[in-house]
Design a protein around this ligand. Structure first.
Ligand SMILES: NC(=O)c1ccc[n+]([C@@H]2O[C@H](COP(=O)([O-])OP(=O)(O)OC[C@H]3O[C@@H](n4cnc5c(N)ncnc54)[C@H](OP(=O)(O)O)[C@@H]3O)[C@@H](O)[C@H]2O)c1
Length: 283
């Protein structure tokens, strides 16, 4: 079968390409940069800038992973244009050419009340997908971890400090999910020919952790004694810095990661384990 991965060059996208190729499928890997795994068909395309129907002809399914963490309004990149705009264009074109399966990756934090334009656009994109393609599957994932993940890089920076600044509520809970497990899930669902695929799934890993525990875990991996002393930076202060686009010396603070790290991000939905029975624990 032949599957299109939109946002294929990204952190999750690379693993989804690998999972689909590993399962013996052909992969069309689309992003503006056009990076693709060996064996995939690279397409460098801004998905906001062209008629998408020709791209989708002959494709059996689509995995939509397109996202941005920062807006660049002068370059035409906003959360709404990217998340809602691409989701709408992809699903409308997929409906027009009769693509059989569509899987859309969204954020669990968005359904847990996270605030701001990023999360508004994620919620709007989910709605557009469900309205345009009622058979599509929306997957809402908790924080994604794995080697080289933005989460891992942030934790490593914090864990290297004598005192680790953590935003506001260090006891907020997360169910981090490994990128490769999420990728196997997305690849399995898009390739699932049955009628039993759910319309939405929440995905969290097997271990429930706090941000403070994650910092200690990163510190232990560096051979450091734990627990690392923590400085709970008041949220109003961080929100001000984030709103001003300022940067924290150790962790770049924009409003999206700040909201991600302060919104409880857990789920008891374990239906995804039928595709990934033994998901990895972060530590
Ligand atoms: N990482 C997490 O912790 C996490 C957790 C829950 C949900 N998610 C969601 O999962 C999705 C993927 O996450 P990720 O971490 O892999 O993000 P990522 O590394 O930033 O990847 C985003 C991808 O979107 C592509 N893209 C952005 N704008 C595009 C456009 N106009 N046309 C075509 N491609 C475009 C980017 O490639 P180019 O820049 O080359 O175009 C890149 O391939 C996102 O929607 C994110 O919200 C992520």
């Amino acid at each position: 079968m032949r599957y299109l991965v939109a946002g294929a060059s990204g952190y999750v996208g690379q693993a989804v390409q690998a999972a689909l190729l590993h399962a013996g499928h052909r992969v069309v890997a689309v992003s503006r940069r056009g990076d693709a795994c060996p064996g995939a068909e690279p397409i460098a395309q801004d998905l906001l800038a062209t008629d998408l129907k020709p791209l989708l002809l002959g494709v059996d399914g689509v995995v939509n992973l397109v996202g941005v963490l920062r807006e660049r309004p002068f370059a035409g990149t906003t959360f709404e244009r990217t998340h809602l705009g691409v989701a709408r264009r992809l699903t409308e074109s997929a409906a027009a050419v009769g693509v059989r399966r569509f899987v859309h990756l969204s954020s669990l934090a968005a359904s847990r009340g996270a605030r701001g334009r990023y999360f508004d656009s994620k919620r709007a994109a989910e709605k557009a997908v469900a309205q345009t393609l009622p058979g599509a599957t929306v997957v809402r994932a908790s924080l994604v971890f794995g080697p080289g993940s933005p989460l891992q890089k942030g934790l490593d920076r914090l864990a290297a400090l004598p005192v680790a600044p953590v935003p506001g509520l260090p006891h907020t809970l997360f169910d981090p999910v490994h990128r490769d497990d999420l990728a196997v899930l997305l690849a399995s669902i898009v390739a699932d020919g049955s009628d039993a695929v759910p319309l939405s799934l929440e995905v969290g890993g097997p271990r429930r952790v706090t941000l403070a525990e994650m910092v200690d875990w990163a510190a232990a991996a560096r051979g450091r004694r734990i627990p690392v002393p923590k400085w709970c930076v008041p949220l109003p202060l961080l929100s001000l810095l984030a709103a001003a686009g300022s940067r924290w010396p150790t962790l770049s603070i924009s409003s999206v990661p700040l909201e991600m790290l302060t919104t409880p991000n857990t789920t008891d939905d374990d239906r995804w384990r039928q595709w990934v029975p033994h998901p990895a624990s972060p530590f």
